[in-house]
Unconditional design. Structure first.
Length: 438
């Protein structure tokens, strides 16, 4: 009888528990379901979607009337200026004072820029600066409303396979959310007019209109800025990594432009690969211990097959970035690190003399315009091979006009970022365009 009573006591407790749950859990179950539905992705979107803005631009075009021009020629206004609405893009607010980051291609050629904040309010924006190499632009808006912000300073390095969230305005559909994972790091993307390096790859849908919007992790940290530059990609999206965004924004807001990264070496391609043929004094490559004759195999994650590979990686980098370099010296394979810097003109005299083979000074004469005059041409140097002579007046280096020797010194940094250098030279009142090639 005791055993029987004990068993019935257990059954009674179970029945009481089940019975109690039949009355109480309806509300508790609703709470549990809501907690389950409000996932990490949902919480991030609820918290940060307000910091994602809609960007629209207008552009001016000129419509010409052929019949009008036939009778009046160019005596009057040759056409009628027409303002038209351009395609939409996205951006993020990164500072409560109204600083907005987007893609450079979103605002390219814009006559006017408008930013749509929360509640669809359209606010005029001014352009702070653009870095086309990184495909980034910074805008500023003035509004009395309190702005939500996505910070640039906080964030962990992304992991391959990590869940990410893209928010943007594809095809004008505001605050569209897509989810995917980080597919790859440090990707290179070749478009019709340039190569972009060191991008993140994701399978989160990034379509036209998503450009400039954020790629976030499940902690709500910025992973990168989406860039819909690869039109042929289906299920493939790319984003500019957050550290690069932060450095570009800092440069544009403090200096107004982004200084190109400088390694300080000059390279040539031969049968054995890409080799170092010159290292500027006190340059990043000199401080890293590289020497003439080193043969480069990899720079960062990019295999070096030609000089253009190296130039493209440097064009996609910023001063203070550190790159791993794999190279061969005296038949042995080595790996080193190169911390990039900025070109400094204090070594310009040495570079001009030992690399270009010339010595220049300020022109102090009259009647010949502005430029620098060639004092000396060194036998066997590039300048002599290009036909430059003492007394020649160099008016421009590349696209940079020269007014004084300091301009020439500053322009010599171009030698290290391209394969050749055009010089605008005047001799006996006649202008020539000469090209130094290496």
């Amino acid at each position: 009888m005791r055993v029987f009573g004990w068993r019935w006591w257990i059954v009674g407790v179970v029945v009481a528990a089940v019975g109690g749950s039949a009355v109480l859990p309806v509300e508790a179950g609703t709470v549990a379901t809501e907690v389950t539905r409000r996932s990490a992705v949902v919480r991030v979107v609820e918290r940060l979607a307000g910091a994602v803005v809609n960007i629209s631009t207008t552009q001016l075009t000129v419509r010409r009337d052929p019949l009008f021009e036939e009778f009046f020629g160019s005596l009057f206004e040759p056409g009628r200026r027409v303002e038209r609405r351009a395609s939409l893009g996205s951006g993020i607010i990164v500072d409560p004072k109204g600083l907005v980051v987007t893609n450079a291609h979103v605002v390219a050629g814009a006559h006017r820029i408008f930013v749509g904040v929360e509640d669809e309010e359209m606010v005029p924006a001014t352009l702070v600066g653009v870095d086309s190499t990184a495909d980034l632009a910074v805008l500023r808006i003035n509004t009395q409303r309190r702005l939500r912000v996505i910070g640039l300073d906080k964030g962990e390095a992304p992991l391959i396979g990590e869940t990410v969230i893209a928010i943007g305005n594809p095809f004008g559909l505001s605050h569209t959310v897509t989810v995917g994972v980080i597919s790859a790091l440090d990707r290179s993307i070749r478009t019709d007019d340039r190569v972009y390096h060191r991008f993140l790859q994701t399978d989160a849908s990034i379509n036209p209109g998503n450009s400039g919007g954020p790629l976030l992790n499940v902690e709500g940290e910025l992973v990168g800025i989406n860039s819909a530059i690869y039109a042929r990609g289906e299920g493939i999206g790319f984003a500019i990594p957050r550290p690069r965004v932060r450095r570009v924004v800092h440069a544009l807001t403090t200096e107004g432009w982004v200084s190109p990264a400088w390694a300080g070496w000059l390279l040539t391609a031969g049968d054995r690969g890409v080799s170092v043929v010159y290292i500027a004094p006190d340059s990043p490559s000199a401080r890293a211990g590289f020497v003439v004759g080193d043969r480069l195999l990899r720079l960062g994650r990019v295999a070096v097959r030609g000089v253009d590979d190296v130039l493209a990686v440097l064009a996609g980098s910023l001063p203070k970035e550190e790159l791993t370099v794999t190279f061969v010296r005296e038949g042995h394979r080595h790996e080193g690190r190169l911390r990039l810097g900025r070109y400094r003109s204090k070594a310009a005299d040495s570079i001009a003399r030992t690399l270009l083979g010339l010595v220049v000074t300020d022109w102090r004469g009259r009647g010949r315009g502005r430029g620098v005059v060639v004092q000396r041409v060194i036998d066997g140097g590039w300048a002599q091979q290009a036909g430059i002579r003492p007394g020649d007046l160099i008016r421009a280096v590349g696209q940079l006009p020269l007014s004084r020797k300091q301009d020439f010194n500053d322009a010599l940094g171009l030698v290290f970022s391209q394969r050749s250098l055009p010089l605008e030279v005047e001799r006996d009142g006649v202008g020539y365009l000469l090209r130094l090639q290496w």
